[in-house]
Every structure is written in C-alpha cells, then in structure tokens.
Design a protein around this ligand. Structure first.
Ligand SMILES: [Fe+2]
Length: 374
C-alpha cells in the first residue's frame, strides 16, 4: 500500500519581477514599492531575467552531476573540511540544522515540515566560491577562495557563468528593495561587493530516496538572499511568513530569490528569513522516475547561490529601521562574525567561533551599552 504524504502545499501567488524592465528604468517607484512589499510578506519573489538561459543552466547542471556523481576517491580531492566547508564537498551527515520545533508546533499538522530535529542532513553539498575575495581579512575561512584540483579544472567555466548570472540578478533585486524600502538605491547592493558569495548546489541520489524522507532539514539561510534556479527534481518546499508551505517550481527564464537572516538583520525584521526543507516529495519521486526512464542516474542537483554581505560591513538595522527595539533585537555585528557564528551553530565551523557573537564593533559599544541599561 502506498504511504500517504502528509504535507499539504498551498499555492501562494508569487509575483514575477521583470529585471530587464528594471534595468531599462521602466519600473515605476510604485511598482518597486509593491514588489518590495510582496517579497517582504512572502519571503520569496520570482525574478524574470533575459540573462537566464536554459543553455547556461544545463551546462551547470551537467557539470554538477559530474561532481556529485563522482567516485568517493575523486570527491576526496575536493574535501572542504580544512576551510569549514566554505569550498569543496560537505559530505552527508555533516551539517546539523537548528531546532525549529517551537515554530513548527504553531502550524496546523498538514502544514508541518517532516524534519526530525537533531538529525544531520543526508544531502551532500558542493561549495564554489564566487567573485572577488579580500586578501587580508580577519575571517579567512569565510572568505575562502576557489582552489580546484587539476582534474576538476573544467568546472570553473560553467559554475562561474551560471553563478555570475544569478549574482547579477541578486544585485538588481537588492537595488529594487532598497528603493522600495525608502533607502538609497545602492544601500544594500554595495554591501554585496567583495562578499563571500557561494554557489552551493546540493546533490542527492534519488535512486534510494523514499517518499517523505528529509534530505535537508528545516532551516533558514543566514546569508542576505539566496537565489535559486531550476532543479531537475522538485524537492524544495518553502514556507511563507504565515506558515504556508509551497513546492518551489521556478518557471523557464526565471529565478527565485529568498530572503535570508542577514537581510532580516539589516531591515530590523521587515524582511524575514524564510524556512525551507528538501525532501522526497511526490513530485520529486515522479521526476526521478522520469530520469531513470531516460536511462540516466536520478541525481538531484540544486541550483542555489548564497549571496552574502561582505565580511567587513557591520550588520545592524539600517536607516529608519534602526530603533532602540530593533537594535537590541539585531545588535551591530561584523558580517564576518555573524557568518562565523551561524556556521558554528550548524556545526560547519568549530564551536569556538560562537564567542564572536559577543563582539560588538568598537564604534557601537557605547551606544549599545546605553541601550542595554535603559
Ligand atoms: Fe537553505
């Protein structure tokens, strides 16, 4: 007898923003405000972008299937342990999602994720450092550069091309929401320059995945925004702010942007870090079966770019988002320290990095001390 799948998706209407119109200066300020409102409310927004072509995505996917489908001996040459898994392979059983049980308990049973708290993820991940990195930095592991063995030299082109395409879209949407929130157009996008952006495609062999099996437990992304392209197997479920789960299906020529914790931080909670989970959905098993029927291996490759603020920036509620309440909830912290702490919380960095969470940047110490006393 077939096992029932308990999760009931909802179908929230996700607006599509035409980035080509934005770049051509054809979007009105009112449209930008509306887009920003929808993105903040849902936690996700769809981006249509002429730079997103099926050829670039397919090159990326084939390259990643080659990596995730490589032998354990070959993958060992890409081991990322020495740099806190900020480049190379993160093997299954390494990343441990935070416990979100309290939030899950607020949802009706048919909208609850299937994650069991305390279990490390089953998926493997490959991290590819994208863009320019600072050379002299207090956060060397966060800013790890790509160093690729000769055997895998061919992967740089497809990964940089696809990653660059998604990063360009990220700059655009950051400018849109800056304007939409009444900030200067470049307030958020300039914080991305030199950021430790990482293409982080996960790999899962669906030959053995069962209905309802969780591959990446419920979590939020701690970076500024995550940009998703299409995947070959539909296994990603996101939750809106009000707890509606939906299956992510990215239309042709589009990307999906999801807000992360860093964006929540600098907007004092106007945006929120959306939660999501990767699991054996009925759609994923059907996609995998179709791949097998074509005579190929059903290896799921996600297509996601973690877009980060540069480590040197101080993250705190910006502009009119800075109030006594938001500053206490989202206190000033170097982006590099914030990222180190979040990576330690999910067991990718050593637990000694957790202490960085107490390091208020010097220029904010007196102000924060006064706020904490008041
Ligand atoms: Fe994620």
């Amino acid at each position: 007898m077939e096992t029932p799948f308990p999760l009931r998706y909802t179908r929230p209407e996700i607006p599509v923003v035409d980035l080509d119109r934005f770049r051509a200066g054809q979007m009105t300020e009112r449209e930008l405000v509306e887009v920003t409102g929808a993105f903040a409310r849902l936690g996700v927004i769809c981006l249509r972008d002429a730079r997103v072509t099926s050829r670039i995505q397919e090159n990326f996917r084939r390259t990643m299937i080659g990596i995730h489908g490589a032998s354990p001996q070959e993958q060992a040459a890409l081991d990322g342990k020495d740099v806190g898994y900020q480049f190379g392979m993160t093997p299954p059983g390494t990343e441990l999602p935070l416990d979100h049980s309290a939030w899950v308990a607020t949802l009706p049973s048919e909208h609850r994720p299937l994650t069991v708290a305390g279990r490390p993820d089953l998926k493997a991940r490959f991290m590819w450092a994208l863009g320019v990195r600072p050379t002299n930095t207090p956060w060397p592991n966060v800013n790890t550069r790509a160093k690729i063995p000769e055997r895998f030299a061919h992967i740089a082109g497809p990964l940089n091309t696809w990653g660059g395409c998604m990063l360009a879209a990220a700059y655009d949407i950051m400018q849109i929401i800056s304007i939409g929130m009444g900030l200067k157009r470049c307030t958020l996008s300039r914080m991305l320059e030199g950021g430790p952006h990482i293409l982080g495609p996960t790999g899962s062999n669906f030959a053995t995945v069962q209905l309802g099996q969780v591959l990446a437990g419920l979590h939020y992304d701690f970076n500024a925004i995550t940009v998703h392209g299409q995947t070959n197997i539909r296994a990603l479920v996101c939750w809106t702010l009000d707890g509606q789960p939906f299956l992510v299906e990215v239309p042709d020529g589009c990307l999906l942007a999801q807000a992360g914790k860093s964006l929540e931080w600098v907007t004092g909670g106007r945006f929120f870090a959306g939660k999501h989970e990767v699991l054996g959905t009925p759609e994923a098993l059907a996609d995998a079966a179709a791949i097998v029927a074509r005579g190929e291996r059903p290896i799921r490759v996600s297509s996601n770019l973690f877009v980060h603020f540069a480590t040197r920036w101080v993250m705190r509620p910006l502009g009119h988002f800075a109030t006594a309440q938001t500053l206490l909830q989202y206190p000033p912290i170097y982006a590099g320290d914030f990222e180190s702490v979040e990576l330690a919380r999910i067991k990718l960095f050593p637990s000694s990095e957790l202490a960085r969470g107490d390091r208020v940047p010097p220029q904010y110490r007196a102000r924060m001390a006064r706020l904490r006393v008041a």
